[in-house]
Ligand binder design. Sequence first.
Ligand code: SF4
Ligand code: SF4
Ligand code: FES
Length: 238
Amino acid sequence: MAGALKVSVWRGGADGALRAFEVPRHASQTVLDVVTYIQRKLDPTLAYRYACRVGMCGSCAMTVNGVPRWTCRTHVDKVVRNDELQIGPLKNLPVIRDLVTDMREFFDKWARAKGELVPSATRHDDFARVPPASRGRQLADAAVECIGCGVCYSSCDVVSWNPDYLGPAALNRAWTLVNDVRDTGNRARLKAVAGDAGCHACHTHMSCTERCPKQLAPTASIAGLKRAAALAALKGEF
Ligand code: SF4
Ligand code: SF4
Ligand code: FES
């Protein structure tokens, strides 16, 4: 495939600006290939982040023509407009430099949502046997494949309006644990996600579910948390 792409790339911090590059176009080219070409051939000072290149590590997410995406699995052909690409850092997160955002507040919110397993067994116990057909297992399985890419968080208007909001990824993680029969931390977890900045702040806009590259549905997880938190409140567990 001949021709060239006109690529505008964010340079600098929050007060930075777009800078134009021209990149040769080829078949099966991904957006991450384009960014890597710029960094290797045109401007070695360009900062960006990636690791696996196969959609597993979640580190390569950027805003491409206005939409947050995992760049290693996004083909240029799918997103290019008039041979032009605009590539910037993820929204809703502080920009460190160029295409690199500071993910600390994103993962701090996983901790605030009590996103770690509180085991009921010790290492001396036998493995837990959780039947694949059980309801809890199926609900947990449906939400568990999150790679922590931040695409949903960057898509969420409520995070933009209220930076304290826990956001779709942390709440989705909390929901997997609410359904994990090995876990004993649900009372504290549901209390943590029921506050003003938790699940009840979600306006069900669905952007997270539309954009998640792993086809997860954080909106459904958050709806489950709303029901579970309301039930816990009715039972006087908070
Ligand atoms: S459904 Fe909720 S969490 Fe998802 S993008 Fe919309 S407001 Fe944010
Ligand atoms: S829920 Fe989806 S979009 Fe959000 S961090 Fe996990 S994999 Fe990424
Ligand atoms: S580089 Fe790992 S998901 Fe894209």
